[in-house]
Design a protein around this ligand. Structure first.
Ligand code: IPM
Ligand code: MG
Length: 368
């Protein structure tokens, strides 16, 4: 196979800082593991708007469709708050997700033992936590029509539409069941079938896919509000959670905090296989652009680095190398390496973003 290609879209805020550490890691794999990547870089979000007047230039979109995987940092910032909705930084990200048809968003929430005291929940509730949220990413209320702000009589009305087709539910349900078979073999599907027709259809289709193709996997259903409560009460009851775009957005932020910091959570957004057999794919940290700490070397690069580990696993079939990188992260945390977001009340001197990246490189060296 030819050298795999990566498009790096570092984006805004802390995006470029955390991505710089990922670039070091990619370089390490080229030097030390004979796994070179063909890297190109481009703009997304506010920085793309500043240059082109659009948060995602058509040429960038075209490049994203061609590469083996896209690595994205973060988009957005207060500077862009007053922009017209159609050119807000977030629209660049949503366009990538939609046009690459990245319907399955994998958001693993794992609690590293060294951080178990860090969670806002008690240690025994989160220690050893390992759940996978599969969020539908290309449909639902994020994209449904009609949408907009309209005038009705003498006032305005804001409208968004939750819409799911059977095939959209079917394909994300399959992705969740396939993942469950390689993990704890359990799927919990979350919707609001008690108040939403789209939720009734969601439950029906998930149940049908399960009965027809995955009867060996244990399936349960939960209303998404109860699911949020259970995520805080007893998160270890879950293995894979499958849910829609909006509920997945909310539930994955909640799950992130179980692990200690939003700065720890990676994600993979996967679509259909391309001609070379690899899935269309974009990898990004779950955290945002954190404009309040941008440019100060305070950002935690781990979520972005773990997103690259997911790329090794899901795009490049390098599960053992993904494990190596995840073990390196685990080791530096166990050794006490902490960025400011991971500092406890006991204090100490935090590492900068670059120092955390260097520590992970050292742990990788030690793994050889
Ligand atoms: C996420 C983010 C995005 C979303 C924003 C930045 C558009 O919150 O990936 O969770 O709402 O999907
Ligand atoms: Mg979100």
């Amino acid at each position: 196979m030819s050298t795999p290609s990566l498009l790096i879209l570092a984006g805004d805020g802390i995006g470029p800082e955390v991505m710089a550490e990922v670039t070091k890691i990619i370089g390490w794999y080229g030097d030390k593991r004979d796994m070179p990547f063909d890297i190109s870089e481009d703009l997304v979000g506010g920085c793309a708007y500043d240059k082109h007047g659009t948060p995602l230039h058509d040429d960038t979109m075209a490049k994203a469709q061609e590469v083996d995987a896209v690595l994205l940092g973060a988009v957005g910032g207060p500077k862009y708050d007053d922009l017209d909705f159609s050119v807000k930084p977030e629209r660049g990200l949503l366009r990538l997700r939609k046009e690459m048809d990245l319907f399955a968003n994998l958001r693993p929430a794992q609690c590293f033992d060294a951080l178990a005291d860090f969670s806002s929940l008690k240690r025994d509730i989160v220690a050893g936590l390992d759940i996978m949220i599969v969020r539908e990413l290309t449909s639902g209320i994020y994209f449904g029509e009609p949408r907009g702000i309209f005038t009705e009589g003498n006032e305005r009305v804001g409208i968004n539409t939750q819409r799911y087709t059977e095939s959209e539910i079917d394909r994300v349900a399959r992705a969740a069941f396939e993942l469950a078979r390689r993990r704890g073999n359990k799927v919990c599907s979350m919707e609001k079938a008690n108040v939403m027709e789209s939720g009734i259809l969601w439950r029906e289709v998930v149940t049908k896919v399960h009965a027809e193709s995955y009867p060996d996997v244990q399936l349960s259903h939960m209303y998404a509000d109860a699911g949020a409560m259970q995520l805080c009460r007893n998160p270890k009851q879950f293995d894979v959670i499958v849910t829609d775009n909006l509920f997945g957005d909310l539930l994955s932020d909640a799950a992130a905090m179980l692990t200690g910091s939003l700065g720890m959570l990676p994600s993979a957004s996967l679509g259909a296989p391309m001609a070379n057999g690899r899935p269309k794919a974009l990898y990004e940290p779950v955290h945002g652009s954190a404009p309040d700490i941008a440019g100060q070397g305070k950002a935690n690069p781990i979520a972005c680095i773990l997103s690259f580990a997911m790329a090794l696993r899901y795009s490049f079939d390098q599960g053992a190398e993904a494990d190596r990188l995840e073990r390196a992260v685990e080791k530096v945390l166990a050794d006490g390496a902490r960025t400011p977001d991971l500092m406890g009340p006991e204090g100490g001197t935090p590492l900068t973003t670059a120092q955390m990246g260097d520590a992970i490189i050292e742990a990788l060296n030690a793994s050889l």
